[in-house]
Write a protein that binds this ligand. Structure first.
Ligand SMILES: *Cc1c(COP(=O)(O)O)cnc(C)c1O
Length: 388
């Protein structure tokens, strides 16, 4: 069994995807071609925001959002301690200081109470200026936006939604990537909506920021005359070369159709089978993913918490011999990553994250898993627990 079976998905969609790629080859318009423009329209409509600007990857998307807000030295950017490295790498990369905040022990997402404590602490220290909250929709689940937005208005902070893992998720029927003042996502192949290489997108309702973002993506070009082909060579700021290829956009347009019409529903069914199997097998000391009824996950990962008595590496080894791949997302709290050693970012009080890093285990999931495969994973875990 594969952890996330991308080849199964390709085989289902092969005729459409192959012909979409062929069309781009015949058009020979490989960068910023028609499929890119169409994809941006389709995704903005789906998410429910005015602007979608595609770019080279989800990491660039975060960096470019921060650049559009002119975030840099002396600014504090609040980031969950339990996330993929980019969420903290990008604020530090533009010169700001990431302040790592503990997460909720059941949803794995930013804990609003801890966020407010961290903001107050930075204000009391009087060295950095609190500017941005990066909220991550971890494992497919939107963060607690009702409370996070309240804190953002109270302290006048900008909200940057890192929806790299969250595309397709919902809170109160509102789609992920619509919650931030700017929101970003990634089309890395293993993300909920993945392409066949690197890709990313930035979403916002704000016209001025959208314009700046389009400029940053193409070497700081002048965007005042969007129809002038020469404006590309009129560079009014330092930018990046960060664009989505036409081939990737063409693949995404095809994959988005099945993402929207069946994959999201199917992966939610697979997650439900996991929940049911764990209950049927009466494995009660493993904590399952858990969130309120207002939330809908796109299940980038199905991540459980093992009791601390279980030797996680032993369990992984055993499962591997049975043909079941698992992964640990994430092994290390952000504030303990070597890149932040000796900086203000290193000092963070995040006991929940520290515990999660030693107990979480992500199980194989994708929209194409069968009920039998899920039952096999769960019964194999049970067997290990009984024998150890
Ligand atoms: C994957 C990921 C990113 C970065 O996306 P890339 O496209 O790989 O650059 C950023 N944040 C989170 C939470 C991610 O999971």
């Amino acid at each position: 069994m594969q952890f996330r079976d991308l080849s199964k998905q390709y085989l289902r969609l092969k005729p459409q995807i192959d012909s979409a790629i062929q069309d781009v080859l015949h058009s020979s318009n490989f960068i910023s071609g028609e499929p890119v423009k169409k994809l941006e329209k389709v995704l903005a409509g789906y998410v429910g925001v005015k602007h979608c600007i595609t770019c080279a990857n989800g990491t660039d998307a975060l960096t470019i959002a921060l650049k559009a807000w002119n975030i840099g030295k002396g600014d504090a950017v609040f980031v969950p301690d339990f996330t993929f490295f980019s969420s903290g790498e990008c604020p530090a990369g533009v010169g700001a200081t990431p302040i790592f905040v503990d997460v909720d022990s059941r949803t794995y997402n930013l804990d609003p109470e801890q966020l407010e404590i961290a903001v107050k602490k930075v204000l009391a220290e009087g060295i950095l200026t609190p500017k941005v909250v990066v909220s991550v929709d971890l494992f497919g689940l939107p963060a607690n936006y009702e409370q996070i937005k309240e804190i953002c208005s109270k302290y006048n902070l900008l909200l940057l939604e890192d929806g790299a893992q969250g595309f397709g998720g919902e809170l109160k029927n509102k789609k992920a990537c619509s919650f931030g003042d700017i929101s970003t996502t990634s089309f890395f192949p293993a993300k909920p909506l993945g392409c066949y290489g690197d890709g990313g997108a930035i979403f916002t309702d704000n016209d001025k920021w959208a314009d700046l973002i389009r400029s940053f993506c193409v070497h700081g070009k002048d965007t005042s005359n969007p129809n002038d082909p020469n404006s590309k060579y009129n560079n009014i700021r330092l930018g990046f070369n960060s664009r989505l290829d036409s081939i990737q956009a063409a693949v995404l347009l095809q994959k988005f159709e099945s993402f929207r019409t069946n994959e999201l529903v199917d992966i939610n069914q697979v997650a439900k089978w996991y929940n049911e199997c764990f209950i049927v097998e009466e494995i009660s000391d493993i904590l399952l993913p858990c969130f309120g009824n207002d939330f809908y996950s796109s299940w980038a990962q199905y991540t459980v918490q093992l009791p601390s008595s279980v030797n996680r590496s032993e369990l992984q080894r055993k499962l591997r011999t049975l043909g079941i791949p698992t992964n640990v997302y994430y092994m290390k709290p952000m504030h303990l990553q070597g890149a932040f050693l000796g900086t203000r970012s290193e000092s963070a009080d995040c006991p929940i994250t520290e515990r999660l890093c030693s107990t979480v285990l992500s199980l194989p999931i994708d929209p194409y898993k069968t009920k039998d495969e899920v039952a096999y994973v769960v019964s194999s875990i049970k067997e290990f627990l009984n024998n150890n």
